[in-house]
Every structure is written in C-alpha cells, then in structure tokens.
Design a protein around this ligand. Structure first.
Ligand SMILES: Nc1ncnc2c1ncn2[C@@H]1O[C@H](COP(=O)(O)OP(=O)(O)OP(=O)(O)O)[C@@H](O)[C@H]1O
Ligand SMILES: [Mg+2]
Length: 263
C-alpha cells in the first residue's frame, strides 16, 4: 500500500474547479516534485493534501488516502494531531505564516515543546539553534532572538524549513522551499531534504519552478498546467524521453544552481 494515494481529485475555490482530475501516489521514502508555471495549481494540490486550503477551497471530488485513511473525512482534532507529527509543511511564504509579534525563538521553542513534553526550555532552544544552523543560518542564537521583520525573506524561509524538518515527519510537503535563497543555500537545502529521506525514510513532495532541481532530487516528477497533469514520469523520462512540448520548454528554462546545472 502506498503511503499517500491521491485519487482523481477536483479542487474548487468558490465552486470554481481549479485543479481537475489530479492523481498521484507516493511510497515511503519517495520524493515527488510538482512543477509548472505560476497559477497551474501546485500550491492548491499540496495544501489540499495538508487539509489547509485557503480562500474557501474544497476538494469536491475524489479521495486522499494517507496510510490507508481518508483524510477528507478527518475532523479538526485528527488534523491537528496529524499536522504536528506525521505530515509537515514548508509554506511558500513562510514569512507571512509567522506571528509578527513573537520572537522566532519563542515560537520555535514552543513548537519543540509541544512535540517533546519533557524537554527543558534551554534544551529546546539549543535544538532550535542547531536546526537553524543546519539550514545555513550562521548565528542561530541571533535568529532566535529576532522578530520576523528583522530577518530577510530568505532567512525567514530557512526558519520555516528548519521547523518543518525538526521532527522527521513521515511526509514533508515543501512549497518552493528554496525560491528566496541564493544558489549555494538552495543547494544546501536540497541536500538536507535528501538526507532527511536517506536517514528517516521521509517521503517528500516538493513544489519547484526549477525542473533541474526536480530532476536532481526526485523519483517522480509531475508537470502541471492549468490545473491538470500535463506530463509525468521519472527523471530519465523527463530529461531524455518526454516528447511533451511544454516539458521541453520547462527544460530549456532551467537555470543553474550553485554554478552547476542539475540537468
Ligand atoms: N485563496 C484562493 N482563492 C481563490 N482562488 C485561488 C486561491 N488560491 C489560488 N487560487 C487560484 O487557483 C489557481 C492555482 O493557484 P496556485 O496558487 O495553486 O498556483 P501555483 O501553481 O502554486 O502558482 P505559483 O507558482 O505562482 O505559486 C490560480 O488560478 C489561483 O488564482
Ligand atoms: Mg504556489
């Protein structure tokens, strides 16, 4: 049985179908990328899987099964438990998700302490700092003392990534996790996500504009266009065998990261 099974879902905002007939499945330890132009529905799909569609969005057809259970039937309490532990999400706009009136450290230590009931404040802070530094944030303790507005967009994004990766979720949903970052840091974050998979068998769905990054890190790639799946396959298929014109265009647009073209 696949860990995640999305079957023919339609997702609508205000009764307007936006994503149509979308299906995917993901085994334990697999990485799948969603690529496609702006507005094609990538964020909509992963937010639907996370049960957190914005703007009154709803899954109006189909099924989403996680470890065999229908997520669409989950109540608030079940979602709360699932989101804190088994599934975590790095949001496209991590900065906007942060409470502007709280220091990063306050929010992060509290997050850690809801997962580890017996950890002291001091140890929780230490753990947070360690995670921040793994995301190439040079002085984690300074970041912990800062308010979100005192950090750059890229720094806030890395705080979001650190939090999402703290507890080795079974499924990590990452929405453009590296878009605001310089190339060296992008490459580091990509490596961190792959290590999470190596070390803990985490399954990952990553949304990215960069088909090169997608091909580099994924077992399976889904190309979306106008709310539908336009093309899909493994790395080899995407890079060498797809005859889809739209996929070819995306490939031509691949930038290099870290001085290296991942294609
Ligand atoms: N909260 C919302 N309310 C109404 N419509 C929305 C909402 N969020 C997204 N949409 C619509 O759904 C479609 C897909 O948007 P989505 O954000 O999923 O695209 P995306 O592929 O993630 O784009 P990007 O690459 O720019 O992040 C768009 O037409 C968008 O206008
Ligand atoms: Mg998006």
């Amino acid at each position: 049985m696949a860990m995640l099974e999305v079957k023919n879902i339609t997702i609508s905002y205000q009764n307007r179908p936006t994503v149509m007939d979308f299906s995917m499945s993901l085994e334990k330890g697999q990485i799948c990328s969603l690529v496609g132009e702006s507005g094609s529905g990538k964020t909509t799909v992963i937010r639907a899987i996370f049960g957190l569609l914005a703007g009154g969005g709803k899954v109006t057809e189909g099924e989403i099964l996680f470890e065999g259970e229908s997520l669409l039937a989950y109540n608030k309490e079940q979602w709360r438990r699932l989101r804190g532990s088994d599934i975590s999400m790095i949001f496209q706009d991590s900065g906007a998700m942060m409470n502007p009136t709280r220091r990063v450290g306050g929010a992060y230590t509290e997050y850690i302490r809801t997962h580890e009931k017996n950890i002291s404040k001091k140890d929780a802070a230490k753990k947070g700092i360690e995670m921040l530094e793994r995301m190439r944030l040079p002085s984690g303790d300074n970041v912990m003392r800062s308010y979100p507005f005192q950090l750059s967009g890229g720094m806030r994004q890395r705080v979001g990534i650190a939090m999402g990766m703290t507890y080795q979720p079974k499924l990590l949903l990452a929405d453009e996790p590296t878009s605001a970052l310089d190339v060296t840091t992008q490459a580091q974050i990509v490596r961190q996500m792959m290590e999470l998979r190596e070390n803990y068998g985490t399954s990952i769905i990553v949304v990215t504009h960069n088909l090169g990054v997608a091909a580099y890190m994924s077992d399976h790639i889904i190309v979306m266009r106008n709310g539908k799946i336009e093309d899909q396959g493994d790395r080899d298929y995407m890079l060498y065998h797809s005859e889809n014109e739209y996929t070819h265009k995306l490939l031509e647009a691949v930038p290099s990261i870290g001085g290296k073209r991942y294609v």
